[in-house]
Design a protein around this ligand. Structure first.
Ligand code: NCD
Length: 307
């Protein structure tokens, strides 16, 4: 099958075949960057990417920038605070201005759900969604799924517990869509106030007591409490949360021998995870970060060149 998709806006519109193509391509790049001096390839030499971040980001932004540089691309970084947006220029004007400069890809993050899709109407180049509000974070989901796939783990019947602030998590929404397409079973774990109704209706298991499921799962996917998206308190306090839902050594010791711990970052040590467990042998957290660059290289190449 050939890749015909121009944008990466969400997992919902991707077919299982397309998801598998991204895995194959990311695996190639993972190997490719290890072989080349400095990890620099020239697959997209002469092409230019603009990274438009209207919301803070550390790893997604760095990961995309690294991916672009490793493909030999020219990179322009744009932060909302230092642009004409501060002078009142609208989002659409900003996209049209960038488009007029003839660039080859836009990577964007925005607090408003749906803005990457809106951007596609005002530019001819591929748009890759680096996170829109609480709606979607497709490249994070793809790099997570790739991390599982690249370890030779079968998705069919794989039991994945997503634990924490699911309500505010764009990662969880994209993760769920991808996992379901690949045949995994999902259990959403967290306080009732942080499990969103839109996901409950998608036929997943819901659990409020992590100790009920800890021994049965294959992947323990943790999420941070997103205080910046909360207008009110959703949990009593962080110490209580850690006691009830946090992963400490004792809880991790109860998981199956080949159960893996994952987290999209940023990690809040002592809230959802005990300090020190990031580097535990069961943790794939840093592998996710490493694989993220290869996945983003794959998506840039596929969307810009179709291969
Ligand atoms: C996530 C995000 O920004 O949505 N982080 C990331 O991109 N790796 C998750 C979060 O902010 O908690």
């Amino acid at each position: 099958m050939n890749w015909t998709r121009k944008h990466v806006l969400g997992i919902e519109e991707m077919t299982t075949e397309e998801i598998l193509i991204t895995f194959e391509k990311a695996a190639e790049y993972l190997e490719g960057i290890e072989k080349k001096p400095g990890g620099i390839l020239s697959d997209l030499k002469g092409y230019t990417a603009v990274n438009l971040f209207f919301e803070p980001s550390t790893r997604t932004r760095m990961s995309f920038e690294l991916a672009q540089k490793r493909l030999g691309m020219e990179v322009i970084n744009f932060s909302a605070g230092t642009s004409s947006l501060a002078k009142g220029e609208t989002f659409i004007d900003t996209i049209q201005t960038i488009d007029a400069m003839n660039i080859d890809a836009i990577v964007m993050r925005h607090v408003q759900p749906g803005t990457p899709e809106l951007a596609t109407r005002y530019t001819d180049c591929p748009v890759l969604n680096g996170g829109d509000g609480s709606r979607a974070h497709p490249t994070q989901a793809l790099l997570d799924l790739f991390t599982i796939w690249n370890r030779g783990i079968d998705f069919e019947g794989l039991k994945v517990a997503i634990v924490g602030d699911i309500l505010h998590s764009r990662v969880a929404r994209s993760e769920v869509l991808g996992l379901q397409k690949l045949g995994a079973e999902i259990i959403l774990v967290g306080p009732p106030a942080l499990i969103p109704g839109d996901l409950v209706s998608r036929g997943m298991e819901i659990e409020h007591d992590i100790d009920n499921i800890i021994e049965d799962i294959d992947i323990l996917y943790l999420l941070r409490i997103q205080k910046e998206r909360m207008a009110e308190a959703f949990i009593p306090n962080e110490e209580e949360y850690f006691k009830i839902y946090g992963i400490n050594k004792d809880r991790l010791a109860k998981t199956k021998e080949n159960c893996y711990l994952m987290h999209p970052g940023p990690v809040n040590r002592g809230v959802e995870i005990e300090a020190g467990l990031v580097n535990h042998p069961k943790s794939l957290i840093l592998e996710q970060v490493r694989n993220g660059v290869a996945m983003r290289m794959a998506l840039l190449s596929l969307c810009i060149k179709g291969s």
